[in-house]
Design a protein around this ligand. Structure first.
Ligand code: NAD
Length: 288
């Protein structure tokens, strides 16, 4: 039976619609406009597209957006000084520094400089530690978006065997922690993993975050599995594609996310959700 599509675009529209209402209610009640500062260093083409989307979507829900575009050769000190100023600015609730950064800038140092209360990407060691300890506050957006998509299936997650392919700090690792928090049995795979096809064949849930087009083959997917494809790649035909062979996997899976229109829109929706959460925590007065 062909898989059902987990429509990330539709779900993201529902989430952002509800955020828009909560933002409007906040503003009507005289509270500050939740505001996101987005720092972009250099002219990485994919980053420019992501940042443009993030800024545009922030504005469409009625939030404030502050743009800081710095030249590729900017000194690390200048970036840290900017973050210091944004940390101290009460009108800024969220700070996002788009990755990757040019080689003269240490991403860990920049991430650690962000006030954890404004760390809407959820990458600060404090926020990652909270997730490890099952006391999450601001959570990494892509894994959180994947969890919302999994919830859409209506299937109970406890006890399912989830195989996460990829162990990056921004996707694979926090994804595994999110799944563990829902009491999945989690296997994390990476480039040194032996017998990846065999592990994937045993998975009830497959999350692919590798960055290689159609790397996960359809015949690896167990009948009835849920497939979440995080990958965003440019295929040989120039079109966007995921890390999973969509057509092959869709013949066997029960549910699958498309690329584009799956995880990507949910990542941005979760960024807005985190920004609103940060604003509410900062002024200590939840709205709605
Ligand atoms: P990354 O390069 O940091 O990590 C890739 C991971 O894949 C590594 O942990 C590596 O060990 C693993 N890997 C590589 N080759 C492998 C192999 N042969 N077998 C098993 N594992 C292997 O990438 P990332 O930042 O985690 O991103 C992964 C993908 O997700 C990329 O395509 C990226 O564009 C995409 N992405 C999408 C979103 C979104 O919103 N949809 C957000 C972030 C990243």
């Amino acid at each position: 039976m062909p898989a059902r599509i987990l429509d990330g675009k539709a779900l993201a529209n529902r989430v952002t619609g509800s955020i828009r209402e909560r933002v409007a209610a906040r503003i009507a009640a005289g509270r500050g406009v939740p505001t996101l500062a987005v720092v972009l260093v250099g002219e990485h083409p994919a980053s420019q597209v992501y940042v443009r989307n993030k800024r545009r979507t922030t504005e469409t829900v009625g939030m404030g957006s502050r743009a800081f575009d710095l030249p590729a050769d900017v000194a690390e000190r200048e970036v840290l000084d900017l973050i210091d100023r944004l940390n101290g600015d009460p009108a800024v609730h969220g700070i996002l520094v788009q990755l990757p950064l040019p080689p003269q800038i240490e991403p860990e140092r920049v991430i650690e400089a962000i006030d954890p209360a404004k760390d809407v990407d959820g990458f600060h060691p404090y926020n990652v530690g909270r997730l490890v300890l099952r006391m999450p506050l601001l959570r990494p957006c892509t894994p959180l978006g994947c969890m919302k998509l999994l919830a859409e299936t209506g299937e109970p997650l406890a006890g399912k065997h989830a195989v996460v392919i990829g162990q990056s700090n921004i996707v694979g690792r926090p994804m595994a922690l999110e799944l563990l928090m829902e009491r999945c049995t989690v296997t994390i795979c990476h480039s040194a993993t032996r017998d990846l096809p065999g592990l994937v064949r045993g998975a009830d849930i497959v999350v692919a975050a590798i960055g290689k087009p159609a790397f996960v083959r359809g015949d690896w997917i167990r009948e009835g599995a849920i497939v979440i494809d995080v990958g965003i790649n440019r295929g040989a035909d120039g079109k966007l594609c995921g890390d999973v062979d969509f057509a092959g996997a869709a013949e066997r899976a029960a549910w699958i996310t498309p690329v584009p229109g799956g995880v990507g829109p949910m990542t941005i929706a979760m960024l807005l959700s985190n920004t609103l959460q940060a604003a509410e925590a900062i002024d200590g007065r939840p709205s709605g």
